[in-house]
Ligand binder design. Structure first.
Ligand code: ADP
Ligand code: GN1
Ligand code: MG
Length: 365
């Protein structure tokens, strides 16, 4: 235990920190990076130390540049709007002693940000919190909407490109390296049946009917911090995937995570389904801050966004399962398959409620 702490402290020493540190402990439940919280000897959590997964984010310089661009733009906008308490509303990353935005220890890449005090994130939300989240994510997109087109790189190329994700699934099926194909044939069939309908965005883009915007691309409900006392939405975090993409990604991932009555990896499929109240509250909040820049087509497609991102996640979890679990962190051997089946169950529920959800968009059309 002591040795691990010493090792972590040595990493921290590369950054400009002088106060005495008591603990550096794992934090959060992300599937990609490793997140640690840094607490001082007075018991105050002060920093968040993250080990970047450089197998997935292969261009760490691009990644950190993106984050720098995004956080400084949001900071500018908040300052211009006369906001107070800005370090709780946008992440602040701390440079290393030699002025870099990350530290490379010869094997791993590390970055450090200020911990936002009196804040919390949730895996489940009430309609009130969902409404606040909608406003916050819409506002996030609005604040970044005037970034020049080449301001951000694609940190993971083709990240939310549905035809590309299907091609990856097909490659995994062909190779069948882990010999797991037989037990997932039913799921593959269901995926194939929906493939064409789920690749509509890329077609609309080619036809010039849909544009790309700066998106967060990972709007899981726990990537938003709320004020512990007032429950106002404070700060959008986990900025690794902020990049140009389709606007449906961001409403989609929120519905997929917050608008699910079960867990993302629920082994009990009876618990999984769409929570329409959460969808409605989120949409109301989102439309308040995003209506000004959305096109009527984008507005009409918002419920489709929920289905699309849930479908995409089914494909991604299943692909990883077939490939032998090389991408997502897993907690037990069939975890990725359980995740894929739970996501598919949610998709079916979203499909069953598609008309109602489409109808809900009418006031804005
Ligand atoms: P991951 O890649 O593990 O999802 P996140 O950046 O989302 O990493 O952080 C994981 C969790 O840690 C978040 O859900 C949030 O609860 C907490 N967290 C992250 N950054 C901060 C911060 N700057 N201040 C307070 N809490 C944070
Ligand atoms: C990953 O790191 P985390 O847990 O916030 C993934 C998302 C998926 C999500 C599924 C870079 O997000 O795209 O939607 O898991 N991030 C990356 O829970 O692949
Ligand atoms: Mg996260």
């Amino acid at each position: 235990m002591k040795e691990i702490l010493e090792e972590r402290k040595q990493i921290l020493e590369r950054f400009n920190i002088t106060e005495p540190i008591a603990s550096i402990e794992p934090f959060g439940n992300g599937h990609i990076n490793d997140t640690l919280k840094v607490t001082n000897t007075r018991g105050e959590t002060r920093y968040v130390l993250q080990r970047i997964n450089h197998h997935i984010f292969t261009n760490v310089d691009m990644l950190q540049n993106n984050i720098q661009t995004v956080t400084s733009r949001i900071r500018e906008k908040l300052e211009a709007a006369g906001a107070t308490d800005i370090d709780r509303k946008v992440l602040r990353f701390l440079p290393t002693k030699d002025g870099k935005s990350y530290y490379f220890d010869g094997e791993n890449y590390w970055r450090l940000s200020l911990f936002i005090p009196r804040s919390e994130s949730f895996d489940e939300v009430t309609p009130e919190l969902s409404y606040a989240a909608g406003k916050a994510f819409g506002n996030f997109q609005a604040m970044l909407s005037d970034l020049p087109e080449d301001a951000l790189g694609e940190t993971i190329p083709n990240f939310h490109n549905m035809p590309f994700r299907l091609a990856q699934l097909h490659e995994a099926i062909q190779a069948n390296v882990a010999g797991r194909l037989e037990e997932v044939k039913d799921l593959i069939q269901e995926i194939e049946r929906r493939a064409e309908a789920m690749c509509v965005q890329e077609l609309l883009y080619k036809e010039g009917k849909l544009r790309k915007r700066v998106n967060h691309c990972d709007t899981k409900v726990n990537n938003l911090l709320f004020d512990t006392d007032t429950h106002e939405a404070l700060c959008v975090i986990d900025l690794d995937t902020v990049m140009p993409g389709f606007v449906l990604s961001d409403i989609g991932d929120f519905i997929r995570t917050a608008g699910n009555t079960g867990a993302e990896d629920d082994p009990d499929l009876n618990r999984v389904g769409v929570n329409l109240e959460i969808f409605q509250a989120y949409t109301r909040g989102y439309m308040e801050t995003a209506q000004s820049f959305l096109t009527p087509l984008e507005i009409r497609l918002l419920p489709y966004g929920g289905r699309l991102l849930t479908y995409m996640q089914t494909v991604r979890f299943l692909t990883d399962y077939i490939q032998g679990d090389t991408y997502y962190k897993i907690s037990y051997p069939r975890h990725n398959l359980v995740r894929a089946r739970a996501q598919f169950q949610l998709l079916r529920s979203l499909e069953a409620h598609a008309q109602e959800m489409d109808h809900f968009m009418e006031p804005w059309l």
